[in-house]
Write a protein that binds this ligand. Structure first.
Ligand code: NAD
Ligand code: UFG
Length: 345
């Protein structure tokens, strides 16, 4: 199968490129390097020994995307491209709505004009409402999002679902669309080679890259955002999923999308919650020394508990996560310790 990964030079996209190539599929990548570099794709080629067709372009640029998609005519598009920093989205909502919504609209217009049929979309557990009780099933209500980033995911899910519905009726569409919405829980870890991994710009927003940078000596200590939650150790619990498990989920989702029509949504998580302090301790085991931390105030917008009911992906896609937190921490540490400054060194 021919696949085109928008945002494929990014963290999840580059790992998915490896999984796709290893499953025997062809991969093209379109990225504008807003949050990544072409080096990630050079390393994907090194890991797999296979070539990736790489295009530098803005996915919102319709003229350019028409050229690229005409040249590639992929069987499936996997749409990772987007801005994803929750805090930044509060400060820069216009840029977030413009970029995230426009990329999806442009892809839908191009797909309609070219008769391309399947798209897999990177959504997030952030669409679930705060009132839902974990484990979240796909049918749990989508809630009020607490930030513009979350709303862009919510809206993109809706846009893709509506387009699939309209395409069934023909009209302007040459063929019915197949849309797969993947709601990721907390993607972490790195490819086991240590050649690719998460390379956040500036101060990391997320727990695992922050812990990794403390462990490698780039930062002094982690601040744990609150230890007064109603959980066994007082810290929030999340569903941390190894990025290679997530990547393999995309292979299954793209294969599924190529054979079905309409819209399907799947949680990609492990179903196993871990607290912030459990992750800090697990990382200490992996890197061989304690990770310094201090307890701070709660972070605005954090939910106490979030984990997946991942049984639908198992039943329908035949996929389930197989890597645990010790592998997650081992691989994150392998990447961080061999690339202390990320892709620049
Ligand atoms: P990332 O920032 O590493 O990757 C996104 C990629 O998209 C980057 O390479 C960036 O340069 C590119 N990009 C952004 N706007 C673009 C545009 N207009 N044209 C071309 N390229 C563009 O992020 P990631 O963690 O790999 O996330 C991938 C997707 O998964 C995103 O849509 C993100 O919102 C979603 N997601 C991520 C998480 C997470 O915790 N990492 C959780 C849920 C959902
Ligand atoms: N945390 C800390 N200190 C830090 C960073 C995080 O204690 O320096 C805590 C948070 O309070 C939270 C947990 O670690 O309890 C996980 O936080 P992350 O920021 O790593 O992840 P979130 O669950 O808040 O959010 C992530 C992505 C969102 C996505 C969501 C659901 O950042 O984009 O998962 O998929 F929407």
């Amino acid at each position: 199968m021919k696949t085109l990964l928008t945002g494929g030079a990014g963290y999840i996209g580059s790992h998915t490129a490896v999984a796709m190539l290893e499953a025997g599929h062809e991969v093209a990548v379109v990225d504008n390097y807003a949050n990544s570099s072409a080096e990630a794709i050079a390393r994907v080629e090194k890991i797999t020994g296979k070539k990736v067709a790489l295009y530098e372009a803005d996915v919102a640029d319709k003229e350019r995307m028409m050229e690229i998609l005409k040249a590639e005519m992929p069987d499936c598009i996997i749409h990772f491209a987007g801005l994803k920093a929750v805090g930044e989205s509060v400060a820069m909502p216009v840029e977030y709505y413009r970029n995230n919504i426009d990329t999806t609209l442009t892809l839908l217009e191009c797909m309609r004009e070219l008769g391309l049929t399947s798209i897999v979309f990177s959504s997030s557990a952030t669409v679930y409402g705060e009132d839902n009780v974990p484990p979240f099933t796909e049918t749990a209500p989508k809630g009020m999002c607490t930030n513009p980033y979350g709303w862009t995911k919510w809206m993109q899910e809706q846009m893709l679902t509506d387009a699939a519905k309209a395409s069934e009726k023909g009209e302007d569409w040459k063929t019915p669309l197949s849309v797969v919405l993947l709601r990721y829980f907390n993607p972490v870890g790195a490819h086991e080679s240590g050649l690719i991994g998460e390379d956040p710009q500036g101060i990391p927003n997320n727990l695992m890259p922050y812990i990794s940078q403390v462990a490698v000596g780039r930062r002094d200590h982690l601040t744990v955002f609150g230890d007064d939650y109603d959980t066994p150790d007082g810290t929030c619990r999340r569903d941390y999923i190894h990025v290679m498990d997530l990547a393999e989920g995309h292979v299954k989702a793209a294969e599924y999308a190529a054979e079905h029509k309409g819209t399907e949504v799947f949680n990609l998580g492990t179903g196993e919650p871990y607290s912030v302090l459990e992750m800090v301790k697990a990382f200490g085991r992996a890197c061989g020394h304690d990770v310094a931390y201090e307890i701070g105030a709660r972070r605005a917008g954090d939910v106490q508990d979030s984990w997946a009911d991942a049984s639908k992906a198992k039943a329908v896609l035949g996929w389930e996560a197989s890597r645990g937190i010790d592998e997650i921490c081992r691989d994150a540490w392998n990447w961080q310790s061999h690339n202390p400054q990320g892709y620049t060194k």
